[in-house]
Design a protein. Structure first.
Length: 375
């Protein structure tokens, strides 16, 4: 892997991310429900809104800075936060917690007591006020589709997305502030999500579980859904180092290693993964493929995997480079995806440039820098 080329691509991808516009979407009211099923949520597009797509986007900027040892994006990040605070934050839920990963990091470097207070309040909300499922799981509460100050309840539902969007932040907050209750809650959420989402036969994670129907909805192994665990579990275990029990760490790590083995068994010949992991007739999806690649490379770097997995990861990196356009736009990214009852639901999701698509591919390239060479 050519370090110079990867850095050039990273610069393009991140520049596009920071200038990603919200398209002018006009929907017929009668058609809106069907359009939303395909991922047409206006708030998800662009970089300006305070929600999960943008939160994941900002996380990529932070990780690239860390890899480069710079603060080249801090001015953008600070301005982004200030603008959103000026507008006012949307409702508290799982998805709007994602930007707090960035806010958390910024409060380590800058004296912003008000921002620190917001982080404390959000961690308290997750532990004290967020609706729970049976067994005390975090219900995957999201932003309302039409009112940013309201929420959509998904009663008694666990989603794989929750682990990255909210649990990683909670664990990091617990470690920083010495709040054992927050640490314990974050670890417990990983355990219960693995219990109900991990498939004992294959090792993949289902997108979701409902206690109301006692089912995995359509029973689909969705690329990006799985990728939140592939990438997120590594970041979580690193953040919890020294603060998690040996048995809990072993359980999470074993589930992760089992999932990686399953993912490598369905890697496409071109190097990436299909939007339905087990159906090669579905399209290649780059955002999830990027997160999977980032997770595998990070896992090798931290010793969670042996280097025998490195050729497959390098192949994925080379393939991801081919999906980056001349202006830095990452192609073949699926839009926001609700829970689906069959594979067709995932196949029908719109393909659009998204902040998280830019970021997750950038995260894979960022991890690749640790292995790349000057050519």
């Amino acid at each position: 892997m050519d370090k110079k080329l990867i850095n050039q691509k990273l610069d393009l991808v991140m520049d596009k991310l920071m200038n990603l516009d919200t398209p002018d979407i006009k929907m017929d009211k009668a058609a809106a429900p069907e359009e939303m099923k395909k991922g047409l949520y206006t708030r998800d597009f662009g970089i300006r809104e305070w929600d999960w797509p943008q939160g994941v986007g900002l996380y990529g900027l932070l990780q690239l800075q860390a890899a480069r040892g710079t603060r080249e994006y801090d001015a953008f990040l600070l301005d982004w936060v200030e603008n959103n605070l000026r507008i006012g934050l949307p409702s508290a839920n799982i998805n709007t917690t994602a930007p707090f990963l960035t806010l958390f990091e910024l409060t380590e470097r800058y004296d912003r007591p008000a921002w620190e207070k917001l982080c404390m309040e959000r961690a308290d909300y997750l532990v004290q006020s967020l609706p729970r499922t049976q067994w005390g799981g975090f219900e995957h509460v999201t932003s309302n589709n039409t009112d940013r100050n309201d929420v959509n309840r998904n009663p008694e539902q666990l989603w794989a997305d929750t682990l990255f969007m909210a649990v990683l932040f909670l664990g990091k907050m617990g470690v920083r502030y010495g709040r054992q209750a927050w640490i314990d809650e974050a670890v417990y959420q990983y355990l219960i999500h693995i219990k109900y989402l991990a498939d004992n036969r294959t090792g993949f994670l289902y997108h979701g579980w409902t206690f109301l129907e006692h089912s995995h909805f359509g029973g689909v192994f969705w690329n990006r859904g799985d990728s939140w665990f592939t990438m997120g579990a590594v970041a979580f275990l690193r953040a919890m180092e020294g603060h998690i029990g040996a048995a809990d760490k072993r359980f999470i790590l074993s589930a992760w290693q089992n999932q990686v083995r399953a993912l490598l068994s369905v890697q496409d010949a071109g190097g990436l993964w299909h939007t339905v992991l087990t159906n090669p007739g579905t399209y290649i999806e780059t955002s999830g493929s990027g997160a999977i690649t980032a997770g595998i490379l990070a896992g090798i770097r931290y010793g969670y995997l042996d280097q025998g997995c490195l050729p497959a990861a390098k192949k994925a990196v080379e393939a991801l480079l081919e999906y980056i356009g001349e202006d830095g736009t990452v192609g073949s990214v699926s839009a926001g995806t609700s829970m689906g009852m069959d594979e067709q639901h995932y196949k029908d999701i719109l393909i659009r440039p998204m902040a998280y698509g830019q970021s997750l591919v950038a995260l894979a390239l960022t991890e690749a820098l640790y292995w790349a060479e000057e050519v």
